[in-house]
Design a protein around this ligand. Structure first.
Ligand SMILES: [Zn+2]
Length: 507
C-alpha cells in the first residue's frame, strides 16, 4: 500500500549536457525543452486526493524562508559536486505549494511563538504567546486567567480522538515551536520554574509537558532541553560540569516516565539506538542540556540526526490504530541565522530535507498529509550576479571572471548576506555564545581574499549592526502532499494551515 516517491524523485534529476565544472565558464546547459515539458507532465499526472487523511506530519523549518531554501538547495547540489541551481530538496518535489502570510496579531514581523500558535490552534496570537489568545497579557502568571485564554491545539484534539502524537525538534523541547503543541502560557521564556516570576501559579513549560503526559499521554517527545527537566543540584549526565535548572527539585523526566506504562527516557545516541519502536509506547528523548547541536557539529556529540529521530518517531506512531499527528521541527536554522552564520543555517535546512525524505520513503501519501513550511523568514539575501555553479558560500564572481566582483569600497562581497546582524564590520569579532557559533571574521575582506567565506564559522556581511540578526517579514512557503494537500495553493493566511489540517482529517 506504500507509494514511494520514486516517480517524483526521478523528476528531479536534470542531467547537464556538459560534464562536471572545470573552472570558470563551465557549460551547465541542460536539455531545457525536455526538462520544461516535464514540469507540465508532472502537473498533469497529479490528481487531488480527497479521501480522509489518517495521519498528518507537519514539518517546520524554523526561520526557513524562501531564500534559505534556495541557498540550501544549491549548497546540497554543490556538496555532491554539481552546479547546484537545478538541484531540488526533498520537499520541493511535493505537488502543492502556497505562500503563507506570517504576520501575527500584534507583529508585522513575527516571532516563533505566535506563528507556531497560528499553525496549531488556527488563531493568530501575540508576540510570546504559546497557544493562548491575544486577550492574555504576556506577563500573566495566574493559572486560572491563563487557562481561560488557552487555545486547544491540534495535538490535544488528536489525543482526544484517540490518535497517537509526537513532537520532534533539534531545539529545546520547551522552546516556542515545539511548546505550542502541549503548553499554554503567555511568555515563551518561562521554560523552567527558575524563569517564572515568584508567586506565579501558572506552570512552567517543562512542567506542562509532564502534566500533558498525565492527562492524555503523548507518544513521542524528542529534542534538547534536559536542563529544564533536572533540579539545580543534579549534574547533567553528559556534561558533569553543567547542572539542571529547576528550583522545585523535581526530576521531570522521571515523572514523565512514571506517568504512563511502557514509557522510556533516553538522553544519548546509544539509548536512542536501543529503543525498539515495537516495545516502547511513549518515548522521551532529551539529547542536550539546551538545544541539540547544529548538524555541522553533530558528529562531535552523541545525538541522533533529525532524520533518525523522525524515523524512530514513525516506528512508534505507525502502530497507532487511529492514525497520528507528528510535528518535526528543524529548530536551529533560525539560530544560525540569528548568529549571521549562513553555513550552519543551510546545513540544518538540508538536514530537514533529509528528515522529510526519510518520512516520504515510508508513508503512503494516499492517507498521510505531509506539510513542510516555516514559521517566519530571516533577513537573508542571495545577491550579485554570480555565475552558474559559483560556490554559494563564496564571493560573488560574474560569469567568465576568476576575480571576485568589487564593491565601491574596492572590496569583494559574498553572494549571501544579511540586512542586519553580527556580520557588521565593527561587531564581527569574538564568539557568539547565545547561538553557539564560534568566533569568526565578518567583513574585513581584501581583494585577494578568497576562501574564508566558505569556512563553517563565517558571519556573512550585514548592513545594520545588531547583536542578533532578525526575522524577516515576507511570506514563507508551504509545500504539501497527500489528502487535501491541493487546498494549499495561492496566498494563504498562516492560521489557515490549522484549518486545512482539520478538514483533511475530517474533523
Ligand atoms: Zn528566531
Amino acid at each position: 500500500m506504500r507509494r514511494p516517491l520514486t516517480a517524483l524523485l526521478a523528476l528531479a534529476s536534470l542531467a547537464p549536457i556538459a560534464s562536471a565544472k572545470e573552472g570558470a565558464g563551465a557549460d551547465y546547459r541542460i536539455d531545457w525543452m525536455t526538462s520544461g515539458q516535464r514540469e507540465v507532465t508532472r502537473r498533469l499526472e497529479e490528481q487531488p486526493l480527497t479521501g480522509r487523511a489518517r495521519n498528518v506530519i507537519l514539518f517546520i523549518g524554523d526561520g526557513m524562508g524562501i531564500s534559505t531554501i534556495t541557498a540550501a538547495r544549491i549548497l546540497e547540489g554543490q556538496l555532491r559536486g554539481e552546479s547546484g541551481e537545478d538541484n531540488a530538496l526533498s520537499f520541493e518535489q511535493l505537488p502543492y505549494l502556497a505562500l503563507s502570510k506570517t504576520y501575527s496579531n500584534n507583529q508585522q514581523v513575527s516571532d516563533s511563538a505566535p506563528t507556531a500558535t497560528a499553525m496549531v490552534t488556527g488563531v493568530k496570537a501575540n508576540d510570546g504567546a504559546i497557544s493562548v489568545d491575544s486577550g492574555l497579557d504576556r506577563d500573566e502568571t495566574d493559572l486560572e486567567v491563563v487557562t481561560r485564554h488557552a487555545l486547544p491545539t491540534l495535538l490535544e484534539q488528536a489525543e482526544a480522538r484517540g490518535m497517537a502524537t509526537g513532537i520532534v525538534t533539534t531545539a529545546r523541547i520547551t522552546h516556542a515551536t515545539p511548546a505550542v503543541n502541549y503548553a499554554h502560557i503567555g511568555n515563551r521564556d518561562w521554560e523552567t520554574d527558575r524563569l517564572l516570576p515568584t508567586g506565579a501559579t501558572v506552570r512552567d513549560i517543562a512542567a506542562q509537558l509532564v502534566e500533558a503526559q498525565r492527562r492524555y499521554g503523548i507518544e513521542v517527545v524528542m529534542g534538547g532541553g534536559r536542563a529544564m527537566f533536572l533540579p539545580a543540584g543534579d549534574a547533567d549526565p553528559e556534561y558533569p560540569g553543567r547542572s539542571g535548572t529547576r528550583l522545585d527539585g523535581r526530576r521531570l523526566h522521571e515523572e514523565w516516565v512514571a506517568a504512563r506504562p511502557e514509557s522510556a527516557y533516553v538522553w544519548n545516541k546509544a539509548g536512542f539506538n536501543a529503543i525498539d519502536g515495537d516495545q516502547t509506547r511513549h518515548l522521551l528523548g532529551l539529547f542536550e542540556p539546551s538545544h541539540m547541536l547544529y548538524e555541522e557539529d553533530r558528529a562531535a556529540g552523541s545525538e541522533p540526526s533529525l532524520a533518525e529521530m523522525t524515523g524512530k518517531a514513525l516506528d512508534i506512531l505507525e502502530r497507532s490504530e487511529q492514525g497520528y499527528y507528528l510535528m518535526v521541527e528543524a529548530g536551529r536554522v533560525d539560530h544560525a541565522h540569528h548568529a549571521g552564520n549562513a553555513f550552519r543555517a543551510l546545513k540544518d535546512s538540508i538536514a530537514l530535507s533529509d528528515a522529510v525524505r526519510a518520512a516520504l520513503s515510508r508513508v503512503d501519501l494516499r492517507d498521510t498529509l505531509v506539510i513542510v513550511t516555516a514559521d517566519h523568514s530571516h533577513v537573508f539575501t542571495i545577491a550579485g550576479y554570480p555565475e552558474r555553479g559559483n560556490p554559494i558560500l563564496g564571493l560573488a564572481r560574474q560569469p567568465g571572471n576568476t576575480a571576485p566582483q568589487l564593491a565601491l569600497d574596492g572590496r569583494p562581497y559574498t553572494t549571501l548576506g544579511y540586512a542586519n546582524g553580527r556580520g557588521y564590520s565593527r561587531l564581527a569579532t569574538g564568539g557568539d555564545t547565545r547561538y553557539g557559533v564560534p568566533p569568526a571574521p565578518g567583513r574585513h575582506l581584501e581583494p585577494d581574499w578568497t576562501n574564508e567565506t566558505e569556512d563553517e564559522g563565517y558571519h556573512q556581511e550585514a548592513l545594520v549592526p545588531l547583536e542578533s540578526e532578525t526575522h524577516g517579514g515576507e511570506d514563507v512557503a508551504i509545500y504539501a502532499g497527500g489528502p487535501w494537500s491541493h487546498l494549499f495553493r495561492g496566498v494563504m493566511e498562516q492560521h489557515g494551515i490549522y484549518h486545512v489540517i482539520r478538514h483533511a482529517l475530517g474533523w
